[in-house]
Write a protein that binds this ligand. Structure first.
Ligand SMILES: Cc1cc2nc3c(=O)[nH]c(=O)nc-3n(C[C@H](O)[C@H](O)[C@H](O)COP(=O)(O)OP(=O)(O)OC[C@H]3O[C@@H](n4cnc5c(N)ncnc54)[C@H](O)[C@@H]3O)c2cc1C
Length: 367
């Protein structure tokens, strides 16, 4: 019997598998496809990402460094309200390679990671969990003390364990223009209901255009209009779900969810890479596969770590729906140099942010 069956080798699953295997547990990971594919992510992350990757991979994954974001209330030609720092605020990385190097690290730590294996059923018993998996047309069932659902926004494990759904799921779409762009600002356009469209310079890897919105809105058509305004055509479009709002419970008797399966994402950007791996570490530190009660410690630990930032992030997102004159006044009053951490809205109240507010040269006009 395994200690942990991990379903999904995305960042959350591979990070948990690596940490659990390092702790000496017997871990198997089932991934239904190829690691990292298909791509459905911008890979725009804070520098914190490097605390979760193996040493020495930064230079091969990093595509570009970002210093700030320009907010717009309209499309390509609308007025920009810049928020920036003097040092890099975030990194744009190769997301496919990120997944591959996290999976390699899990294997190196001793986890058995199998691609082309789809989990189709999970049955919890008092002393074990039965996980049914299909590969090459063959079906088999394995026994494990615990199952980790790291299978993304549409989580089979979540359904099988009867755990509640996230509050909502946005639909994101993105596409790439191949011309190199080394600008140090991303552009954020508040032009869609409840969320935004974006433009991300990716250095030699070109420029990414994207948009996310609730599924009831016509996401594809809005994306087409958005890139038309920029006057570009994109290749390689892709799309995916963005879960927002973690459910009340992400643990069952012998199962638990990590990452997008648990909606451990930033409500104001949809980013889930750093939050998912933060929660993976909470799981690895707290869960003892022989003791179902240890799942309570995981629920507490990840919420202690992330819940305040998720709550504040939800409040920030509400401002995307404010009437335009109020948004304009708010952006005009607050734009300029900032001291916030992009994953931590609670740093809006930090000494760094206060210092940034009162330093000379704060607004773009002062520069
Ligand atoms: C358009 C878009 C842009 C985004 N941009 C950013 C960004 O810039 N920064 C950021 O931090 N986040 C971003 N995100 C979010 C980010 O991609 C997710 O938060 C992250 O991928 C979650 O990681 P995960 O490991 O939980 O899930 P996933 O990466 O979705 O991995 C889940 C894995 O489980 C596998 N799987 C699913 N079902 C099964 C099954 N039944 N059996 C076996 N395997 C299974 C899948 O094949 C997949 O490999 C974006 C998302 C979208 C849609």
């Amino acid at each position: 019997m395994y200690d942990f069956v991990v379903v999904g080798a995305g960042p959350a699953g591979s990070r948990f598998a690596r940490q659990a295997a390092t702790a000496g547990y017997d871990v198997i990971v089932f991934e239904r496809g190829d690691v990292g594919l298909p791509l459905a992510c911008s890979g725009h992350v804070s520098e914190d990402i490097w605390s979760f990757t193996p040493q020495g991979v930064r230079s091969s994954l990093l595509q570009h460094e970002i210093r700030g974001a320009r907010f717009h209330l309209g499309g390509a030609d609308s007025r920009a309200y810049p928020f920036f720092r003097d040092d890099p605020i975030s990194n744009v990385i190769d997301r496919v390679e990120l997944d591959r190097c996290l999976a390699d690290a899990a294997r190196d730590a001793g986890a058995d990671l199998r691609t082309g294996h789809t989990v189709t059923a999970v049955t919890e018993r008092e002393d074990a969990v039965e996980v049914t998996v299909t590969a090459d047309g063959e079906q088999r069932t394995v026994q494990t003390r615990m199952v980790a659902g790291c299978d993304g926004p549409v989580s089979r494990v979540r359904t099988e364990l009867g755990l509640p759904e996230p509050t909502e799921r946005l639909h994101g779409v993105l596409g790439f223009d191949t011309g190199p762009d080394f600008e140090s600002f991303v552009d954020v356009h508040l032009v869609v209901p409840t969320f935004f469209a974006w433009r991300i310079p990716r250095g030699d890897a070109g420029v990414e255009y994207g948009l996310a919105a609730p599924p009831r809105t016509d996401v594809s058509q809005r994306f087409e209009s958005f890139i038309e305004e920029y006057g570009v055509s994109v290749t390689r479009t892709c799309s995916g779900g963005i879960p927002i709002g973690p459910p009340e419970r992400v643990t069952s008797h012998r199962g638990f969810l990590i990452g997008d399966a648990a909606a451990q994402t930033k409500p104001f950007t949809g980013g889930g890479l750093v939050y998912g791996m933060t929660a993976a570490d909470c799981a690895a530190r707290n869960i003892d596969p022989s003791d179902p009660k240890s799942l309570d410690a995981y629920e507490k630990a990840w919420r202690d770590e992330l819940a305040r930032d998720i709550r504040l992030g939800s409040l920030i997102r509400r401002s995307y729906e404010f009437p335009t004159p109020i948004q304009r006044a708010g952006l005009r009053a607050t734009c300029g140099r900032i001291g916030v951490h992009m994953d931590r809205p609670t740093t809006l109240f930090s000494p760094e942010q206060l210092k940034a507010l009162f330093l000379p040269g704060r607004t773009p006009e002062d520069q």
